[in-house]
Ligand binder design. Structure first.
Ligand code: C5P
Length: 398
């Protein structure tokens, strides 16, 4: 769990569509992230999923009826929207989009949307023809013009059997967008280049030398930078993750590939964060064909040094603000500081290998010109958020 949604009051508005069943999962995910969720449904939505489902998941009575007697002042539409940090409509039907685009207030949920003083996010879900209809497109453009954020829709197979655009985003994707919405945009407009994962140096077509690195820290940083409003390019060695939402990923294998991919992009970047566990050496005499055991005894592997990508970027004239990582097994402070000086970089994040390798959590100490800043042990996601904040502060963003 990360901190973005902790204690955030979110009204989830469910409207009539088959995707309403996915809203149940969405409510569960939001609650798991610590959000305080109040569900309101249109009458149409209750034909797809009952209010009991949402009441059980959110632990709160669900509001459907504009004339609900439970609010003593009979002003549920005002009270519920005033308490909210965000209204999220998922799924948003074509009819509901049309109504709110025109400021209609003909049921409780539409009235809440009209009466709100908080941001509004909507996740449309409908048949592709309904989505493509100029009337819907007009309504969507109109809502965007009013500052409403439209999430999706995605394309793919639809409940009606057709294929096209109009599917609601999956609950996990909506959760991701909602989290991003709450992250302060400390790096808005900045271009951030990140390396992550290990490199793989071939010995022959099926064997190689590599470093142990899951890529988790680099991917978490890419996501945190993207959520903070940066335009993120992630140059990644072979890892098991998919690219975070909105991040441009360049796949590489060897240190030389990574070096080339970084150097062509480095001068365009404002910030470079080198998280990759780059192999220090590559094989000079890599074999074109698979080495065979019975061919002249033990093969000799000759190594030559790989370029130091971070040091090279740091040496660029008008290059980006450079951040390095130092994973050490002991003497962390001395080694990290020495590395910072040798590579001539303003900021290095040090961690002890035994604290973070491969796992979800880590312990980081930041070393920069102003001193030493230990961060409390936390998940790699939370540490990434704090590191991005620190970088934003040092680079004078906002
Ligand atoms: O020199 P060392 O590998 O200990 O330094 C670690 C830091 O330098 C990390 O930020 C790593 O991504 C970066 N690095 C690099 N190119 C290399 C070796 C390390 O960018 N060839």
């Amino acid at each position: 769990m990360t901190m973005e949604l902790n204690g955030k009051r979110i009204v989830v508005g469910v409207t009539g569509g088959i995707a309403a069943y996915k809203a149940a999962e969405l409510v569960r995910l939001l609650i798991r992230q610590g959000a305080d969720v109040q569900v309101a449904m249109t009458d149409g939505a209750t034909h797809f999923v009952t209010s009991t489902t949402f009441q059980a998941l959110s632990g709160k009575p669900v509001y459907v009826d504009q004339w609900d007697a439970r609010m003593p002042n009979a002003m549920a539409h005002i009270d519920l929207s005033r308490r909210a940090d965000l209204i999220l409509i998922a799924p948003a039907s074509a009819d509901f989009l049309a109504r709110i685009a025109h400021g209609m207030a003909n049921d409780l949920l539409a009235t809440m949307v009209l009466a709100r003083n908080c941001p509004l996010l909507v996740a449309p879900a409908m048949n592709r023809q309904m989505w493509e209809n100029p009337a819907t497109q007009r309504n969507v453009a109109c809502l965007q013009g009013d500052g409403v954020q439209i999430l999706g829709p995605a394309s793919g197979e639809q409940a009606c059997g057709e294929n096209g655009q109009g599917r609601m985003l999956e609950p996990e994707e909506i959760l991701d967008r909602v989290q991003t919405f709450f992250v302060p945009k400390l790096l808005a407009g900045r271009k951030v280049l990140i390396t992550a994962g290990p490199t793989f140096e071939a010995i022959d077509p099926v064997r190689g030398i590599t470093n142990l690195s899951s890529g988790r820290m680099g991917y978490a940083l890419a996501r945190a930078a993207q959520q903070a409003g940066a335009e993120v390019t992630l140059v990644s060695g072979p890892v098991a993750f998919s690219a975070p939402q909105g991040v441009d990923r360049i796949n590489v294998r060897s240190a030389l590939d990574m070096h080339a991919a970084v150097m062509v992009r480095a001068t365009d970047a404002d910030i470079f964060i080198a998280v990759a566990a780059v192999a220090d050496y590559r094989v000079a005499n890599a074999a074109e064909h698979k080495l065979k055991k019975d061919h002249g005894g033990v093969p000799l592997i000759e190594l030559i040094e790989n370029p130091d990508i971070l040091a090279e970027v740091a040496a660029l004239k008008d290059g980006p603000f450079c951040v390095g990582f130092a994973a050490e097994s002991h003497n962390l402070e001395a080694y990290a500081q020495a590395k910072r000086r040798k590579k001539n970089i303003p900021l290095i994040a040090g961690n002890l290998i035994q604290d973070g390798f491969g796992g979800d959590a880590n312990r980081l100490i930041l070393f920069d010109d102003t001193g030493t800043h230990p961060l409390a042990p936390a998940s790699k996601e939370e540490l990434s958020r704090q590191l991005i904040e620190h970088i934003a502060k040092l680079t004078g963003a906002h």
